[in-house]
Ligand binder design. Structure first.
Ligand SMILES: [Zn+2]
Length: 452
């Protein structure tokens, strides 16, 4: 029995017996004697009434639920006549659970659901949910929000409503998740930031109410449209144009043709380029639409804002001059967003909303995994559980044997031979030679010779 008390360490209880039934282990334990009355600290007290059994849930033991059956006593202080119970550290004061079980749950909340944790520990799902909520409330109270210098904004759709996600694009952290993406609401959210004047750059997608909200709430901040949203606008437009061409029974475009037409021309293999050339030569409308796409694609290869501005203006002129009616609405949008598009070229390194998009996908996955969460739970889970993927810091690979200072060697290997023999005196074979010469010993034994 000497090792048994360690099973419930650090609970200061004495294990009287253990029973196992199904997936549950029950420890029958007795409490330690109190040191004194908690009210007057008097060490004089007597037991009062009968003891009663109380069941506590503890951390699982080798995949088995653990129940602690604790025999509790009541005591009466002889000095102040008050009734009291012994204080047992390690037991939660609000629930019949041990504090280490709560710590176990808190350590696993970020990767396991309430149902999974309830199954593992033997608690009710409702109890796990309550403990999780208290844990998040504590985290919210301790949370220190820092206003990002580079703010990312994106929206996501969940159960019939839009949510607005704010991120710190510099430090790759989630700032806040809000309900709604209407201008007035977003203005409120931005003004509620800890220090709105600290925001220097905002990266958004091409959604006008959010742009207008940013201009109202944070007029000093530079707006940048996410590069991938701009490219997506052009790609979608070109795909639509191809679809309308495909509907013409006289023009047959295979799936491969469509893929090649959508791909940037310079990235195609020579054979694919020849096929695209043939397709474009035979169809003037397709040729112009393809040119519109290709000309826009060169925008993000521009070395600076001035070049990018020139490419954009050329593109707008091309669409207008060639009367590409299906591109007119896209051209209007691009014209409307010209400044935020070109602001992309003012920052180094370039700023995109890729991190925000990544977090949106993670939050959607959280919601799907839990089969739909209420907003507050989703918000807590998003803020405390959506941890971005960490990237290993790349260190340059150095050959340990190349260009090291003299005398350096890696690990415990023997340094180069010519450094070992420094200052070791006269070589042994010289000593033997002198000794043999003086002592007239005719021959050394074979073994000694080999030692020389
Ligand atoms: Zn007392």
């Amino acid at each position: 029995m000497s090792t048994v008390p360690h099973l419930l360490h650090p609970l200061p209880v004495t294990i009287e017996s253990i029973s196992t039934e199904g997936n549950n282990v029950t420890f029958y334990v007795t409490e330690p004697l109190p040191t004194g009355c908690p009210n007057c600290l008097s060490p004089l007290f007597t037991k009062s009434g009968n003891s009663d059994d109380r069941l506590y849930r503890d951390e699982p033991l080798r995949d088995q639920h653990v129940t602690i059956n604790l025999k509790r006593n009541r005591y009466k202080c002889k000095a102040c006549n008050r009734l009291f119970r012994a204080t047992i550290p390690g037991l939660d004061t609000r629930r019949r659970v041990t504090t280490r079980l709560i710590e176990h749950l808190e350590a696993h909340f970020h990767k396991r659901s309430n149902v999974e944790l309830a199954e593992e520990t033997g608690l009710l799902e409702k109890t796990v949910r309550e403990i999780r909520k208290e844990f998040y409330d504590r985290l919210f109270a301790e949370r220190q929000t820092v206003t990002p210098k580079v703010l990312g904004i994106d929206e996501l759709y969940k159960n019939g409503e839009y949510l607005c996600l704010l991120t710190d694009l510099e430090n790759h952290t989630l700032v806040e998740l809000h309900i709604g993406r209407e201008k007035e609401r977003v203005v409120q959210y931005l003004r509620a930031l800890h220090s709105p004047k600290d925001v220097q750059i905002i990266c958004i997608d091409m959604y006008s109410p959010i742009r207008n909200a940013c201009r109202t709430a944070l007029p000093h901040a530079k707006l940048i449209v996410d590069k991938f949203h701009v490219m997506k606008l052009i790609n979608d437009k070109f795909t639509d144009a191809l679809k309308s061409l495909k509907r013409d029974p006289l023009k047959s475009l295979s799936r491969k043709d469509t893929t090649w037409l959508k791909t940037t021309y310079t990235r195609l293999e020579p054979a694919a380029q020849r096929r695209v050339d043939t397709l474009l030569q035979g169809d003037k409308k397709l040729n112009l639409t393809h040119q519109a796409k290709e000309r826009f694609y060169s925008l993000y290869s521009a070395p600076d804002r001035a070049h990018a501005g020139a490419i954009l203006d050329d593109w707008l002129k091309f669409v207008a001059d060639q009367h590409l009616s299906e591109w007119h609405r896209t051209a209007d949008t691009i014209r409307d967003w010209r400044d935020p598009i070109l602001n992309f070229f003012d920052t180094s390194p370039p700023i995109t909303n890729a991190f925000t998009e990544n977090m949106v996908q993670k939050i959607k996955a959280l919601n799907t995994k839990a089969k739909g969460l209420d907003f507050e739970t989703l918000r807590s889970k998003a803020l405390f559980e959506c941890v971005p993927k960490t990237r290993a810091v790349k260190r340059p690979r150095i050959n340990p044997f190349a260009s090291r200072p003299a005398g350096f060697s890696a690990g415990f290997s023997i340094p180069p031979y010519d450094e070992v023999i420094e200052n070791l005196g006269i070589p042994l074979h010289e000593l033997f030679r002198v000794w043999l010469k003086d002592s007239n010993v005719p021959n050394l034994p074979e073994k000694s010779k080999s030692c020389v």
